[in-house]
Design a protein around this ligand. Structure first.
Ligand code: ZN
Ligand code: ZN
Length: 357
């Protein structure tokens, strides 16, 4: 955890800041270990301060890395920032992507003239994109847990249950297996409903002979998993079989394309070409994948517009889909960790079409 703060401090001169104020709670957690709901960190070459209020005195003593000096302040933490800053003129970086206009104005009002506020948003997100071994192990454990939860659900069958019942049972199974929570609202979408990439589970009963898209993830020790499988509830039509095989081929091409040094656009293009060549370009309307870690959507992105270059330690999803309005949808998603020579898949379930009763 100390190494993360060291890496951040090394980036501050380029970001134009002497010191950085970290207010986004996910980033605070990443640097300090704190999991509560009110906390700030100040980080600079000679400053490692964590501020919270009295409600978190004990929790922060347990969680916050010992390299940080801890301060207990009134609930409005911004009031205490000025007390921690060193003397003299100072360029204070702040997370412009997370700080509201109102909070910025308040900080400006609280801090004296010598402090210049510099937007340094995205610096920590860039660090977070490259996972260390401990983080990769946590994500792997979250994936293993989510895999086991789906196996339990499929063993009970899908036909005759509503999408909502299946989603709820899946989330219950993940909690029972030790997850803190689902990493996002689970998607269970049968038949034509599967053609909506972000379908919300309905009260509709799953029928025999449908394709069912299930997209789910577990949060474990703060880290997320993300996986999608499309299963059949009995024999499906010829086009559905073809599209399944196509998406599977595109997904394998995507996994094959992931390696350090490639950019997100290239990887997206290599998988997308498989779907485009089969004439379904218009039916794959989203990006190929996204980074996953403390948050379920983070850097780097795999898409037509991505400038991100993959590096060892990135964890990304590879999730092509084909969506035929009014008919069905197919999406297959794995989570992979980027290595020097390729990638390693963290989600372990089969991608052959499974038939579940
Ligand atoms: Zn997903
Ligand atoms: Zn995803």
């Amino acid at each position: 955890m100390r190494a993360r703060t060291d890496r951040l401090i090394a980036l501050l001169p380029d970001a134009g800041a002497d010191l950085m104020l970290i207010s986004d709670l996910v980033n605070v957690r990443y640097l300090t270990g704190y999991t509560g709901s009110n906390g700030l960190a100040l980080v600079g070459p000679r400053t490692r301060t964590f501020i919270t209020d009295f409600r978190y005195t004990e929790q922060s003593a347990e969680e916050v890395d010992a390299s940080f000096e801890r301060r207990i302040a009134p609930q409005d933490l911004a009031e205490s920032v000025g007390e921690v800053l060193p003397e003299g003129p100072l360029r204070l970086g702040f997370e412009d992507a997370h700080v509201s206009v109102r909070t910025h104005a308040r900080l400006r009002e609280l801090l004296d003239e010598r402090v210049e506020l510099i937007p340094t948003g995205g610096v920590i997100e860039k660090l977070r994109a490259v996972k260390d071994d401990a983080e990769i192990e946590r994500i792997r454990a979250a994936c293993t847990l989510a895999d086991a939860a789906l196996e339990q659900i499929l063993a009970d069958g899908l036909i005759g249950h509503t999408e909502r019942e299946v989603a709820l049972a899946l989330e219950f199974a993940m909690r029972e297996l030790g997850a803190q929570r689902p990493s996002f609202a689970s998607i269970v979408a049968a038949g034509p409903h599967g053609a909506l990439p972000h379908a919300q589970p309905r009260d509709a009963v799953i029928e025999p002979g449908e394709l069912v898209v299930i997209d789910w993830g577990a949060e474990l020790d703060g880290y997320c998993s993300d996986c999608t499988r499309t299963v059949a509830t009995g024999p499906i039509g010829e086009q559905a079989q073809e599209v399944y095989a196509l998406v599977r081929a595109a997904q394998l091409a995507g996994v094959e394309a992931v390696r350090a040094g490639r950019d997100g656009r290239e990887v997206d293009g290599l998988a997308r070409a498989v779907i485009d060549d089969a004439g379904y370009a218009e039916q794959f309307g989203h990006g190929l994948g996204h980074g996953v870690g403390l948050e379920v959507h983070e850097a780097p992105r795999l898409s037509k517009r991505s400038d991100d270059t993959l590096a060892p330690g990135n964890v990304v999803s590879v999730e092509p889909g084909v969506y035929l309005a009014g008919a069905f949808g197919v999406r297959i998603e794995d989570l992979v960790v980027v290595t020097e020579t390729g990638c390693e898949i963290l989600t372990g379930l089969t991608k052959d079409l499974r038939v579940v009763g």
